[in-house]
Design a protein around this ligand. Structure first.
Ligand code: PLP
Length: 358
């Protein structure tokens, strides 16, 4: 919600100016109650998580009396093995959102600059402002390739969401490696929230470049957005600094064992990933047929564009049809549509055909 900042802070003279000036992040709508909606607005996975998660969490309940392992050693080893990263370079977080906060606290002084290609994940600017740092958005070129401006903007930290949302597009790993090598003055964070849906990733840069941090999350590809588990993959040296600023118990017991169970069940993970990728191809083809521009997507969402028109009205019409999709001020000619089940996508397309000229 856009609110008047000055009036909101009135009567609260104790608040930090950086916080008073904030608008606050607005997450995608999470409908309450039992109303049946086709929810394609927050890039959740439409399939249930591994059944092993339930078993692991149930067995852990009797140990809730005890604090969780502060070093999450088992989970970090499990993640290190899966992604071929030294477990000493793995930091776990309460979602990758928390890891973004820890990265800013660790590497960005108030007043310093954080740069990233835009449009992208809109939480970045909020978190940077909370840290009292300066947001520097570098516009993506029309094809959403790496903006050359990132090579020379002054910045303490560079943030690249790759594959990117809402565009769905991916920047080549070689270009990111080149960026990391030429920007030894900055920490280069590659937010790979969607990498499991993509045709490539930047894991090879972890450890080979001393200033690279790759972020992963279980929220999208492992169907565990509600469990809140993310990973920072980096060098043991950077990880040691990140550990200093995190809460000792930032991942609760249920999250630690649930995450491990999910990572160990690669069969369920792969099956769900392949379903999402297949439906994504079908959704893109159907949107192209209907006259939308749709960049090739390597995420679990697609961007449907209708250049020169605002699709805000279409988003609202779809909502009345019980179909939630996302519209962004920064990309008014587009709708971001999460890849749901085949049935959900059929319902979306039927609703589009009822209400929407392309
Ligand atoms: C969903 C998302 C996240 C948040 O991940 P959590 O682990 O749920 O906090 C981070 N970055 C991007 C780009 C995302 O799309």
């Amino acid at each position: 919600m856009k609110t008047s900042r000055a009036t909101e802070a009135e009567g609260v003279p104790w608040v930090r100016p950086a916080v008073a000036a904030l608008e606050g992040y607005v997450p995608g709508e999470q409908p309450a109650g039992t109303a049946r909606v086709v929810k394609l607005n927050t890039n959740e996975n439409p399939y249930p998580p591994s059944p092993a998660v339930r078993t692991a969490i149930e067995a852990e309940i009797e140990r809730l009396r005890l604090y969780p392992p502060p070093d999450a050693a088992h989970l970090r080893h499990c993640a290190g093995k899966l992604w071929d990263v030294d477990p000493a370079g793995v930091v776990v977080g309460n979602g990758s959102d928390e890891l973004l906060v820890l990265l800013l606290r660790t590497f960005v002084e108030p007043g310093a600059t954080v740069a990233y290609p835009a449009p992208t994940y809109s939480l970045y600017s909020t978190l940077i402002e909370v840290q009292g740092a300066v947001v520097h958005e570098v516009a993506f070129p029309p094809d959403f390739d790496l903006p050359r401006g990132l090579f020379d903007v002054p910045a303490a930290l560079l943030l690249v969401c790759n594959p990117n949302a809402p565009s769905g597009t991916r920047i080549d790993t070689a270009a990111l490696g080149e960026l990391a090598r030429s920007r030894r003055d900055a920490v280069v964070v590659i937010d790979e929230a969607y990498a499991d849906f993509a045709d490539g990733d930047a894991l090879s840069l972890v450890g080979s470049a001393p200033n690279v941090v790759v972020l992963r999350t279980l929220s999208k590809s492992y169907s565990l957005a509600g469990l809140r588990v993310g990973f920072a993959l980096t060098t043991p040296q950077l990880a040691r600094e990140l550990h200093k600023v995190r809460d000792s118990y930032n991942l609760d017991r249920l999250a630690q064992v649930g995450a491990m169970a999910a990572l160990e069940d690669q069969a369920t993970f792969r099956r769900n990933r392949e379903c999402v990728r297949a439906t994504r191809a079908r959704l893109r083809a159907a949107l192209l047929t209907r006259g939308y521009d749709v960049p090739p997507s390597e995420t679990n969402c697609v961007l449907a564009r209708s250049p020169g028109r605002s699709l805000l009205g279409l988003m609202e019409k779809l909502r009345l049809e019980g179909v939630l999709v996302r519209w962004f001020v920064a990309l008014p000619d587009a709708l971001r549509i999460t890849v749901g089940t085949d049935q959900e996508i059929d319902e979306l397309l039927a609703a589009l055909d009822r209400v929407g000229p392309a």
